[in-house]
Design a protein around this ligand. Sequence first.
Ligand code: PXP
Length: 251
Amino acid sequence: MTKLGVNIDHSATLRQARYRQISENPNLIVEPNPIEAALLAERGGADSITAHLREDRRHIQDSDIIELRRRIKTKLNMEIACAEDIINFALNIMPDYVCLVPENRMEITTEGGLDLTRNCDKAASAIERLSKKGIVCSVFIDPDAAQIEAAKSIGAPVVELHTGAYANAWGISGEENFQLNRISSAARRAQELGIVVNSGHGINYDNVGKLMSVAKFNELNIGHTILSRSIFVGIEEATRQMKALLEKFSA
Ligand code: PXP
């Protein structure tokens, strides 16, 4: 059964939109609280909670990660860039999983995978340090054979395939099939090499079924669509609905 990781970053995005400068007033109710979002997602069936501690601290803050580590009952998956201070922070917090992602300060959200074929030294060293402490590491990469081979060469036990190009091709039949084939081939190659395959980015209630029909995934990391639906039905129910789809399409 494919597991569901719920990415709560956008609950923090909403909080920061109003409360970036935390006031001195202790009576202020700073909302929404990403920890509450995580706990409700767990009640809705999330198998793990994902949070991206960006170098620019755009949404998730250090204190959120500390509190998540203390309070969630499932697994904590930290997305981080290969930056020394953030790696050290992760080594202190000891999340269950770390996903190494690229970061570009101008992007609105993570836009592409890590290019391990060009520069993999930092990722290799991060994986070595985090793995030694028992943290399971993944690398967020585009679904391409060269990236899979590079992930293998640096000892990544898990890859998270970037599904953004597939999501963006939704409804354009030739392009959509092309992107699904890329994901399917990349997943197959990774599995041949003994690498666990996760996926994430742009997955929603509509496109998840086709995605799951082309490969077997260990876990899907999903944020924006669940947070969007939660405005109308609440995060527990939005998570429950996605979890039901994962159950249905895993069968
Ligand atoms: N996986 C990774 C590595 C991400 O950086 C993100 C957020 O951009 C996601 C999954 C979740 O993507 P989305 O919010 O589009 O579901």
